[in-house]
Design a protein around this ligand. Structure first.
Ligand SMILES: NC(=O)N[C@H](N)C(=O)O
Ligand SMILES: [Mn+2]
Length: 341
């Protein structure tokens, strides 16, 4: 009789066996033991095969053509990459979220937006040849400027901005050649930029490939001031005083009254943060070039990383804290030098 399920069973009592039965039992036990030894041998063989498969998989996942869906980047890999490479090779999202249908970190609210790489949508840029563009900030959000990525392919060239529109281009990947009627051509490589005054004829040409971040806005005249062509690179700009703050600041354009906006390059070491919990009339368009941290916008706290873009409307409370092991660097559009009335 079978013991009742989950019930108490009586302890097994062995009955006395005849000699013939004892032989039979011994024979049976030997066969069972043989079977067990054979089973153990095959178990050993199976575990051996499994260990080999696991170590092969581990090796494969370390190489670029491995099995991992999210390629792992080791620290030494990061050190060999060119600067800003993360902007065009972002981690779309934590690996366990990468394939989650409909998942994005992007957010669009009345006074701010976070636009993360998995939601960038590219289409041909009007007037540019062989170039795809993703408009990230436009007046439809309430801004007075546009910010877009231009992905220039082989043998591509830029179009001109509309009448009275000024433009700033910053190279995040590849190289372009800037040509205009008055001066000779200038090569712009990663970390270089050019400011093109309104109604200034120019062309940006790309032989291989390049990614630019571009800002454009209608120039706001002030008296007889005029702006001029500026070409430079971040590393050539001096560090500026930032009283009461710890971050390092460079500005890409002159601070003189002629310019109605500037582009700030701000560097934070891990653990550093904005001291001022800023609320101001100026607008911002931000591209995180390196690093990661937490951006506070209004009452929202967003984890952010290189490649993320942020729109900040006037007066949105804003704060950044840098985290992780590497420097955070962001590029920030800010309208300046004009009366808000
Ligand atoms: N959000 C920011 O980083 N803002 C700048 N510190 C600025 O307004 O200059
Ligand atoms: Mn600010």
């Amino acid at each position: 009789m079978l013991p009742p399920v989950y019930g108490e069973s009586k302890p097994f009592e062995r009955e006395a066996l005849s000699e013939e039965d004892e032989h039979l039992t011994l024979d049976l036990r030997l066969r069972v033991e043989d079977g067990i030894i054979a089973d153990m041998r095959s178990l050993h063989l199976i575990s051996f095969v499994i260990i080999i498969i696991i170590s092969l998989l581990a090796k494969a996942s370390k190489s670029d053509d491995g099995f991992c869906s999210a390629p792992s980047i080791t620290e030494s890999d990061e050190k060999t990459k060119p600067i800003y490479w993360k902007v065009t090779n972002p981690t779309l999202s934590p690996s366990h979220l990468q394939d989650l249908p409909g998942y994005t970190r992007s957010v669009y609210k009345r006074d701010h937006a976070l636009i993360t790489p998995e939601s960038h949508v590219y289409s041909p840029l009007p007037d540019w040849t062989n170039t795809l563009g993703a408009y990230l900030i436009t007046p439809a959000m309430g801004s007075h400027f546009v910010m877009f990525f231009a992905k220039m392919k082989e043998m591509s060239s830029s179009g001109l901005p509309p009448k009275d529109i000024e433009r700033l281009v910053f190279v995040v990947e590849g190289a372009v050649t800037l040509t205009n009627t008055s001066s000779s051509s200038t090569k712009l490589t990663v970390d270089s930029y050019a400011y093109l005054p309104p109604n200034f004829y120019h062309s940006l040409d790309c032989v291989e490939s390049a990614t630019l971040v571009v800002f454009e806005r209608r120039y706001e005249h002030l008296g007889s001031h005029t702006t001029e062509l500026i070409v430079g690179s971040t590393d050539k700009q001096p560090l500026l005083e930032t009283p009461g703050e710890v971050f390092e600041l460079r500005k890409l354009l002159p601070v003189s009254l002629a310019y109605d906006f500037n582009i700030h390059i701000m560097d934070f070491q891990p653990g550093e943060f904005l001291n001022v919990k800023e609320v101001h009339y100026n607008q911002h368009g931000l591209l995180l070039l390196e690093g990661q941290g937490i951006y506070r916008l209004g009452d929202n706290w967003y984890p952010v990383q290189a490649g993320d873009v942020i729109w900040m409307a006037p007066f949105v409370p804003q704060w950044y804290g840098a985290l992780g092991k590497n420097r955070s660097r962001y590029l920030l559009y800010k309208d300046v030098n004009r009366n808000p009335l």
